[in-house]
Design a binder for this molecule. Structure first.
Ligand SMILES: C[S@@+](CC[C@H](N)C(=O)[O-])C[C@H]1O[C@@H](n2cnc3c(N)ncnc32)[C@H](O)[C@@H]1O
Length: 226
């Protein structure tokens, strides 16, 4: 899905993905990551998700990233704290309390910024990306995150394939995309009444390979999903 697709989604308020409450999997499973309260959490493709509020209430610093300036403005406007703005190349940065909300393409984030990230929270991010982009996204995160960095990943699979987001994402694909660079543990799997399967994974960035070895590419899995 290109930028214009998401611009239309935000312009038309076609926000079926937006949850009016905090995600239940986040509340149930986040503690499994065993993070210190002051840890820095990246929320890629964040929309205006209330999950960021919950992460902030846990004491974390949060970096939310979304292509849409409207998402940024809507989120910030629904919070009373003052906002400080800056621009960096194509990115519009806004600080509000312990939140940094970046309006821009996640692929344009600086590696230095992501190096300081302790954990990633992905709900409706990877599933919003078409298959062709997913491998680049997974490799980008793997290259930027430090060893030991963790991720909580919520996926979904509908009985039918869809032509627009959210796209299906299977456990096998999670392993294919991330298994080379992350240890993966499936924390939860449920099949809803409508046939949609939701799964929750915890990932941990592996230590880098010894010097002289080739970097692992997505799909070259070293570790099976447990
Ligand atoms: C399905 S929504 C999910 C939003 C949020 N995670 C939630 O749970 O409500 C996907 C979001 O990703 C954003 N997006 C899509 N491609 C992006 C990219 N390359 N960089 C940053 N944001 C992107 C869209 O603007 C949209 O708000």
């Amino acid at each position: 899905m290109d930028r214009s697709y998401w611009e239309v989604v935000w312009r038309d308020d076609d926000l079926g993905f937006h949850q009016p409450q905090v995600n239940r999997h986040l509340q149930r499973f986040w503690s499994r990551l065993k993070l210190a309260p002051e840890s820095r959490v990246l929320v890629p493709l964040c929309g205006k998700s209330l999950d960021m509020d919950w992460l902030l209430s846990e004491g974390h610093e949060v970096i939310g990233v979304d292509l849409s300036e409207k998402a940024q403005q809507d989120y910030l406007a629904s919070h009373a704290e003052p906002v400080r703005y800056a621009e960096e190349n194509s990115l519009k940065l806004a600080w509000q309390g312990r939140l940094l909300f970046v309006a821009g393409d996640v692929f344009h984030l600086k590696q230095e910024m992501l190096r300081s990230v302790d954990a990633v929270y992905d709900r409706a991010a990877l599933v919003a990306l078409p298959k062709a982009v997913r491998q680049n996204y997974a490799l980008f995160l793997a290259q930027c995150l430090k060893p030991g960095a963790k991720m909580l990943l919520v996926t979904r699979q509908a009985p039918e394939a869809r032509q627009s987001p959210p796209f299906n994402l299977t456990a096998a694909e999670v392993d294919e995309l991330y298994g080379g660079n992350f240890r993966i543990e499936c924390l939860h799997r449920e099949e809803r009444e409508d046939g949609v399967v939701e799964e929750v994974f915890m990932l941990k960035r592996k230590a880098p390979l010894a010097a002289g070895r080739l970097p692992v590419e997505a799909g070259e899995s070293q570790q099976s999903t447990s």
